[in-house]
Structures are given as C-alpha cells and as structure tokens.
Design a protein around this ligand. Structure first.
Ligand code: G1P
Length: 353
C-alpha cells in the first residue's frame, strides 16, 4: 500500500491496548488450559468480537497485555490476524487495569492517541464514530446504566451531563448507576500515562489494585475533559451462566434466520431447531440440536438432545440429554441408551431435587 493510501485509511498514531492477562477464575475449569479470550461463544472466540472492532480502525499497533496462558493468545492472534501489527507485553502479576496499561506504556508515545478495549467483554458499539466525534485533547469512555453499580467503576457527570466529574471504582455506597463498560479512548495518551505513573508511584490502590478508574480521576482533577458515550449491547462472559446467556443472545442476533437443515453433509438424521451455530467441520448424527446451541470445529455429537449449550472444539458427545451446558475443548462425554422392560403401572423416574 502506498504511503498516501495508508495515511487516509488508518488512524495514524492510534495505538490499541487490549488487556488479556486475567486468569478467568470464574470460568474454571475451562480457563485452566484455554485463556478466557479464546473461549468460543456464538460463532467465534471472545477476542474475535473485539478484533471485529479493532481491524476496521487500522491502528498503527495493537498491544496485547498478556500474562496467564499468554503464549496461547499470542499464537492465536498471530495466526488469525497476520495483517494486524500486533505486539505483546507481559504483566507478570495481576495488579489491576491501571498497572496493565503502565506495562503497555513502553510501546506508547505521549502524542499517540490510545484506545483501550477490555478483552473479556463482548460489545457492539460504533467506536469509529465515538472516536471521530472527540475533539483533539479530549477523551471519551463507554458507559451503560446498571442495577448493580457496586460491581463496576462508575462515573458522575457534570450538571450539563457532558463531562465526567467523578469516577469511583466499585463503589460501596451508590453514587451513580452509570457504569464504565470497557471502551476507553484518549485522543492524546500523555495525561493518562502521567496519571497512571502518579497513582503507581504514590501507591494509590483501590481493592488492592492500581485502577484505570483512579488514574482517570486524577486526570479529571487536573482539568482533563472526559465525555461518555452510551453502549447498548454488552455481554459479560465472566461465568458459565453468563457465557450461556451471551451465547443465547449472540445466536438470536446473528443466527435467528439461518435455517440449517438436515441432511447437510456433516449433519445426518438430525433435527436442528434454530437459532444454532454449527461449524462446517463439526459432525452431528441422530440428534436434536437447539434452540440456542453452538457447535464448534471438530465437535462430534451423536444420539443426543441438546439445547442452550456450547459444545467446544473437538468435543465428543454421545447419548446425552443436555441443557445450559458448556462442554470444553476435546472433552469426551458419553451416556448410554437404556434397554428397559417396564411392566404395567411401574414407575421409572428421575429423583426430584
Ligand atoms: C473493570 C474496571 C471497571 C469496569 C469493568 C467493566 O473491572 O475496573 O471500572 O466497570 O471492568 O466490566 P473488572 O470487571 O475487571 O473487575
């Protein structure tokens, strides 16, 4: 690509930071071998939804802050997104989001603009529009209204409702129900980098960690202008229940009108109830799949009835009746058909719990 074209197509000086160092403890055992960012939900991995936002922005560099199982993330990104200029920095210990950005700061120049996207959430937002509307020198973060603000960083806006006046990380007393929802854009990185340095060198921690929220509060105190934009669709993938819920919503959004009929080559003698996602390299036989099931590459399902579940890559499922289940990569799950000879007036029941 000629220099002129590159200049037009890309945001020169835009660096994207994606923190993905977390252990995903609430998603264990799935995250014991696979990092959370690479867990499948809907038709693809959590990180793929984030890359769908990043790639069209054509940033100068995408910096992944890795730690736990970081090599697997690096390998995936490099093979799935060879055209993206990606780099990887290691956060040795999980010391908070502010700390994660400080680790990435070795690759950020003060005059770069900086987009931070949290790597464990799926959001649908017009980030390009949000960025373009921000005057140089100002900043913007995504927010959403929540019923449980104590689980988030929250913002209080000024009287005009335009700029952030106060930010509190996981407030114990409710100050606002406007929660920070994972997208942060700084048109110039300098004030943020300085504030992060400040909170780290003065050991300012909340809940034991160096918080991005606290660093932004320092910016506001110094007169920096941070506005907000509402984000409507956000899917938390933090636990098995949340992941299944996100899978349901994503299938509703993208696969509601896709009718997969048996007999496709890889689907034999089966009933498919949409919405479902079935990877072309999965194999299904004598089963009822759906609604709300995603079946990933290399999965093999036989003699089963499955709804509201995720069947991960390479999993083998035979003879199962399942609901709201998450079957991990390359696992083997088998139940047997029963051969019964039940006399009249007999009972063969499940135990009610
Ligand atoms: C982080 C941020 C918090 C934000 C949240 C969004 O918290 O610290 O301000 O509201 O992400 O999900 P975490 O979920 O990592 O505890």
């Amino acid at each position: 690509m000629k220099f002129k074209e590159f200049f037009i197509l890309s945001f020169m000086g835009l660096k994207v930071v994606i923190p993905v160092a977390g252990k995903g403890t609430r998603l264990r055992p799935h995250t014991l071998l696979i990092p959370k960012a690479l867990i499948n939900v809907g038709e693809k991995k959590i990180i793929d939804y984030i890359m769908d936002i990043v790639v069209p922005l054509a940033p100068e560099e995408v910096i992944f802050v890795i730690g736990y199982l970081g090599d697997i993330i690096k390998e995936y990104i490099e093979s799935a997104y060879p055209k993206v200029n990606s780099s990887f920095v290691i956060q040795e210990k999980p010391q908070g989001l502010g700390h994660a950005i400080s680790v990435a700061s070795q690759k950020i120049n003060e005059n770069d603009s900086l987009l931070i996207l949290l790597g464990d959430l799926i959001f649908f937002a017009d980030v390009n529009k949000a960025i373009k509307e921000i005057p140089t020198g100002e900043h913007t973060i995504s927010v959403m209204s929540v019923h449980d603000p104590h689980r988030y960083g929250v913002v209080v806006l000024d009287k005009k409702g335009k700029y952030v006046e106060k930010l509190v990380e996981k407030p114990s007393t409710p100050v606002s129900n406007l929660a920070i929802s994972g997208i942060y854009y700084f048109s110039i990185a300098k004030p943020l980098l300085e504030s992060i340095k400040y909170i780290i060198s003065n050991n300012i921690k909340t809940k034991g960690e160096y918080q991005l929220t606290d660093a932004m509060m320092e910016m506001v105190k110094k007169g920096e202008k941070i506005s907000v934009f509402q984000i409507e669709e956000i899917y938390d993938c933090g636990s098995k229940e949340k992941l299944i819920e996100a899978n349901n919503k994503l299938l509703d959004k993208f696969f509601k009108h896709i009718d997969i009929k048996s007999p496709a080559i890889n689907i034999k003698n089966s009933v498919i109830i949409p919405p479902v996602y079935i990877n072309p390299n999965a194999y299904i036989e004598m089963s009822v799949i759906g609604p709300y099931v995603s079946v990933h590459k290399g999965a093999n399902i036989r003699n089963s009835v499955i709804r509201e579940s995720i069947i991960e890559e390479g999993a083998y499922v035979d003879g199962m009746v399942m609901d709201k289940s998450l079957i991990g990569r390359d696992s083997y799950v088998e139940e047997a058909f029963r051969e019964l000879n039940i006399g009249p007036h007999s009972e063969y029941k499940k135990k009610s719990l």
